[in-house]
Design a binder for this molecule. Sequence first.
Ligand code: ADP
Length: 308
Amino acid sequence: MKSIKVFAPATVANLSCGFDVLGCCLDTVGDEMIIHITSTPGVRIIKIEGADLPLETEKNVAGVAVQALLAEYGKEIGVEIEIFKKIKAGSGIGSSAASSAGAVWAVNHLLGTPFSTYKLVEFAMVGEKLASGNAHADNVAPALLGGFTLVRSYTPLDVIKLNNPKDLVMTVIHPQIEVKTSDSRSVIKQNVSLKQAINQWGNVGGLVAGLFTEDYDLIGRSLEDVIIEPMRSILIPEFQKVKDTAIRQGALGCGISGSGPSIFALSKSMNTAQKVAQGINEVYKKTGLDFDIHISKINNQGVKIMEL
Ligand code: ADP
């Protein structure tokens, strides 16, 4: 039996302007997983700690993602999966993506890397389809490739790893209310105006350019969402106060993480990210809601091997 333990990172998808196409990978927030290759064919989830999630292979995102990988691998092997959840499901920081990405990355590694990391994105997307009904890649791509990623196209899938300016630090607040991806998708209108579209693609271009040229002011100016945020922010208590506070404390930009309820703020230094955390902590303390705040550098590697 061959085994490996991995860190399966949390991710921040959308990054304001890039709904369903942009995402980035966190470094200190994520799940742990142990994966075993066995001689008994089939995929089995043998342990889940830290969350009440299905053990049935077909109902667990890690299970279906690994099944997709094995279907293409073609040889009859067995995989056993242990999941140690640290990221809460429905938090908006890629809980399901971490499990799908961590599982396929670990299996691929144990098999001697028959698939490229880009191919693994496709397998992990099968897990996202199970979690939210939509095979989106904006969390699994950064979880697997690390850093910042862009999904240029879904048909055919074309994922691009962007540059990762070294000073960026993320502050994320997770209010402990559950917003299901499916619910937060239902508040979104299916049509946008040309004016909104022009605004939004200007910002996507600006953010990508800012990341490559390491122009932090341009990154900040581009972290603007005129389409989704006005509709979704109503689901998040004190969203506007958190955003105003983060900007006042020096964040480059602030917006909804994935489908929420988590809110992210991107800063140019650890010091600023900590000030942002203090500021939003003051705002949220007054709500009476439970919440967590994470501060993390950007993880340029994605899934990482841990000591077993
Ligand atoms: P997030 O935005 O944090 O990824 P989602 O709402 O997209 O949260 O996904 C969570 C959903 O996926 C829940 O309904 C959960 O039951 C389901 N799920 C199935 N397997 C897993 C898993 N291994 N980890 C996390 N969520 C899972």
